[in-house]
Unconditional design. Structure first.
Lengths: 241, 107
């Protein structure tokens, strides 16, 4: 048997990686189902055919901006405003990618570039938690990204064809993502500083969401709360010296 | 919107979405970061999760307003405690969904 052959051990190891990634990522797939369906239905009502809908989900892979883009299209908006809006809406991913970056040290540029494609609110939350609690391999994280991706694209297409036949709120599925975020938030409350930061971020987010249209409040509240958290940390450290 | 224009649109949307995801991964994973920045990044996840969740629980839309009587909020309390106790992501998602489904039926 030549050295180039794929050994049985390698196959088992890869299967294990995929299985672990799957186990971590399935709640995201569940959560994406109703949202992807809703997106498909809305996009179809806005006049897009299934191929166009599929293309958007494949190229963008960002739910909130896709919803906004579709409603802008319905309103007759042109290319540039929609693209600029998309940029602003998805800018928060730069924070998430930054948090994930340290765990991707040593990954080749090509794989890192592919990984970046799959960074969403949900895949970030799941992967970061796993990386933190360790051990978590970047390939398992990639599996999470891509299973979520398939679920997103698949449900968009299904929605494009048949969404109007599915009853709203079946099995409470609209709550899947909120429940997921709540659980991941619990995992992040690793001490008083984190709880304080979470409280500040949450309150700021609520206030800002009422004052500013769109979802810029997520980015703003997070950045402000994290900054305040660092300041608090410095003050506490200084006062105990 | 014409076909070519739509194609340009989704490609444009894709690029502006991809770039913020790719840029930090490309540049930050390769260099040493100053301490204040790592401390700051360390707090970003908990901040983002809270910023994502709390408005969903406390505000309604069309137009946005404070609403303390949303089923999302009531269901969040047992869901949160379930998560604290079991630390199970899949379990929490299912429990949350079931509770929300029941809440929707009874309100």
């Amino acid at each position: 048997m030549g050295d180039n052959a794929v050994s049985p051990e390698k196959i088992i190891a890869t299967k294990h990686l995929i299985k672990e990634g799957f186990k971590a990522g399935w709640p995201i797939c569940l959560g994406y189902l109703p949202i992807g369906l809703a997106f498909g239905v809305l996009a179809q009502k806005a006049g897009l055919n299934p191929l166009a809908i599929c293309l958007m989900s494949v190229l963008v892979f960002a739910g909130s901006s896709q919803f906004i883009a579709v409603s802008l299209l319905s309103g007759g908006a042109t290319l540039l405003p929609i693209v600029v809006t998309t940029f602003v809406v998805n800018l928060r991913h730069v924070l998430m990618a930054s948090s994930l970056a340290v765990y991707l040290r040593g990954v080749s540029k090509g794989w890192a570039a592919l990984f970046a494609y799959g960074v969403t609110d949900e895949s970030f939350a799941v992967n970061l938690t796993r990386f933190r609690d360790g051990p978590w391999d970047w390939r398992q994280a990639m599996v999470v990204n891509h299973t979520a991706n398939v679920a997103w694209i698949g449900s968009s297409i299904i929605g494009a064809y048949s969404g109007q036949f599915i009853p709203a709120g079946a099995f409470g599925i609209d709550y899947a993502l909120i429940a997921m975020f709540l659980c991941l938030l619990v995992f992040q409350l690793r001490g008083h500083l984190y709880t304080a930061t979470a409280a500040i971020a949450g309150v700021l987010a609520v206030i800002l969401s009422l004052l500013i249209p769109g979802n810029g409040y997520i980015f703003l509240a997070s950045v402000l709360a994290a900054t305040i958290g660092v300041v608090i940390r410095r003050l506490v450290v200084r006062s105990s010296e | 919107m014409a076909q070519t224009e739509y194609l340009l649109l989704v490609v444009g949307m894709g690029l502006v979405t991809y770039f913020p995801r790719w840029f930090p991964i490309l540049f930050l994973s390769k260099r040493e970061l100053p301490q204040w920045f790592t401390e700051w990044l360390d707090l970003i996840p908990v901040a983002i999760l809270s910023a994502l969740v709390l408005p969903e629980l406390l505000t309604g839309s069309d137009p946005r307003h404070l609403d303390f009587f949303r089923p999302q909020l009531w269901v969040a309390l047992p869901t949160f405690f379930f998560a604290k106790k079991t630390r199970s992501l899949g379990g929490t998602v299912i429990v949350g969904m079931m509770l929300f489904w029941m809440a929707a039926k009874w309100i």
